[in-house]
Write a protein that binds this ligand. Structure first.
Ligand code: ACM
Length: 530
């Protein structure tokens, strides 16, 4: 084929096979062959197309056949798939149910954007898909996005909409930043004040008018039932929700609710749910009641989130209150901890032990490495990829989330263009150019890089439309970074394909940012394309 298909992220290979196209009509049936693990995938595809789903194929039917093929698992992995389109039918075979799901997302992008609203009717008399064969599998297993709901809260419906958009991009991890100084957002039944007190702040610093406060209360939290609902919704889209429960710092909201778990004898100790964007001195104190509290919190968290990885934050913990508290200083002395960095490591190691005993794995921001990384811990590099290189060489799994390329709270354009975003100019092309495998990292350690993640820190993103405006299409570019083979990456070609994705986001009501010099066609033509 002379041009790559208009799919983002670009598949590993795509071959137009010639011959007549597949007609998508009112009579098309999505068939699973009775495979229970595909019922949800089939239901979602049938709903999108506006056609029926069936367990078995009706004779002579116009079929989209979904199948898990164990023979493909070895070749393409559980997330890989083969998509074959002929006049007689569409076949999507996956190495696992996830692969089949990704095949359906590719089929979706082979159909015009109006599909999103009208299903098969989008073409008037039906639609066609060109005869082709696509073989595909992801480059990385961690294809993530962090959503901060502490600085600004999003109700469940918004989180679901965000998950929908991640799924379209074949992204598979939502790091849910549930806890920070400005709000605690997850119900913990044993500690009700975490949400009755910790989920609410009385005011927020005004965007563009800092440091003035708006005097408007802000808050919200997810009940455990809502958390389960989001986790299940994500799972149907093959997205793992990784909860982030920050410790030992970023704990002002928790300590506002339960001050007894902090350094109560540090002079001036008075925790509150914070209204400003800064780093605050509140840290958990290493005393038995605090450790019991943390264990109880994690016990409830683990019951809600099946994710193997649990993110414990670990970033930006100020050491001041530990140093200022006679009790904490005595604890450090008794445990031969030289300084705050070693106490920070002590907290992380203890949490790592707890998670390991419960069959989980700890992941944390790169500061957790400063006093030595716990043996099985994974690390998320944000300040600099050099931390990831060091950790990978020591045999730790790493996820790349550097401020330089993946912080989408940083502006895309100049400060004048952006009105309030952090003025670092992380443009679309820069994001696209990111390679999660650093050039300096020896090939023997490449397997330690699980993938990469785009961050949506919401100090200056009060609502979902603003989040979407910062996220897309930069997260679309990052999706191609983490999914597609390096040999398939081509920025000019990505920009050629992008208008079709943006037209689709239009139909879905996603408030993406229109890229500069975008060559958006006036109208996306209603023709099958590949
Ligand atoms: C971070 O941005 N503090 C991880």
């Amino acid at each position: 084929m002379s041009q790559t298909p208009r799919i983002i992220p670009i598949p590993v290979s795509c071959r137009l096979t010639g011959g007549a196209p597949f007609p998508l009509t009112a009579h098309t049936v999505v068939a699973t062959g009775g495979e229970a693990s595909l019922r949800g995938v089939a239901g979602q595809l049938a709903k999108l197309l506006g056609v029926a789903a069936a367990e078995s194929a009706p004779a002579g039917g116009n079929l989209i056949a979904l199948r898990v093929d164990p023979a493909l698992t070895a070749k393409l992995g559980a997330e890989g798939y083969l998509l074959t389109v002929t006049a007689g039918g569409v076949s999507i075979r996956g190495g696992g149910a996830a692969g089949v799901f990704y095949g359906t997302q590719t089929l979706r992008q082979l159909l015009p954007p109006d599909l999103e609203r009208f299903g098969w009717r989008a073409g008037g008399g039906g639609l066609t898909v060109a005869a082709l064969e696509i073989e595909d599998r992801p480059r990385f297993s961690w294809r993530g996005s962090l959503l901060d709901v502490s600085r600004h809260f999003s109700p469940v419906a918004e989180v679901k909409q965000y998950l929908d958009t991640l799924a379209l991009h074949k992204l598979n991890v939502l790091q849910w930043h549930l806890v920070d100084d400005q709000g605690w957002r997850i119900e913990i039944q044993q500690y009700p004040k975490l949400t009755s007190v910790g989920a609410w702040r009385d005011s927020t610093v005004r965007v563009g008018d800092e440091p003035n406060l708006d005097d408007i209360p802000h808050g919200g939290f997810y009940t455990q039932e809502e958390i389960r609902e989001v986790v299940a919704y994500a799972a149907e889209r093959f997205i793992t929700v990784v909860p982030e429960i920050e410790l030992p710092g970023h704990s002002s909201a928790a300590l506002a609710a339960y001050p007894q778990f902090g350094n109560t004898d540090a002079p001036g100790y008075a925790p509150k749910v914070q209204s400003r964007w800064a780093i605050f001195p509140e840290t958990y104190a290493p005393k038995p009641e605090t450790l019991a509290f943390l264990d109880h919190v994690f016990t409830e968290v683990l019951a809600l989130f099946p994710s193997k990885f649990v993110h414990i934050g670990g970033d930006e913990a100020m050491k001041d209150q530990w140093e200022a508290s006679p009790t904490t200083r005595a604890f450090m002395q008794a445990n031969q901890l030289q300084d705050g960095h070693e106490l920070q490591s002590w907290f992380i190691r203890r949490t790592e032990n707890f998670l390991t005993q419960h069959g989980r794995r700890l992941i944390g921001w790169d500061e957790i490495q400063e006093g030595g990384l716990a043996p099985g811990a994974a690390m998320m590099a944000w300040r600099d990829v050099k931390w990831a290189i060091e950790a990978a060489r020591l045999g730790h799994d790493v996820v790349m989330a550097p401020t330089s390329h993946t912080y989408f709270d940083y502006s895309e354009g100049t400060a004048e263009e952006e009105g309030g975003a952090i003025g670092a100019q992380t443009g679309l092309e820069k994001v696209y150019a990111f390679d999660p495998i650093p050039a300096e990292l020896e090939p023997a350690h490449h397997g330690r890089v699980l993938g990469a993640q785009g961050q949506l820190w919401r100090e200056r993103m009060p609502s979902l439309p603003v989040v979407e405006h910062r996220a897309f299409p930069r997260l679309s570019a990052l999706a191609e970074v983490v999914w597609s083979p390096v040999a398939r990456k081509d920025y000019a070609d990505f920009r050629r394909r992008l208008p079709w994705l943006l037209a689709r986001l239009d139909r879905l009501g996603v408030n993406y940012r229109r890229p500069r010099q975008a060559t958006l066609p006036a109208a996306i033509p209603m023709v099958p394309h590949a």
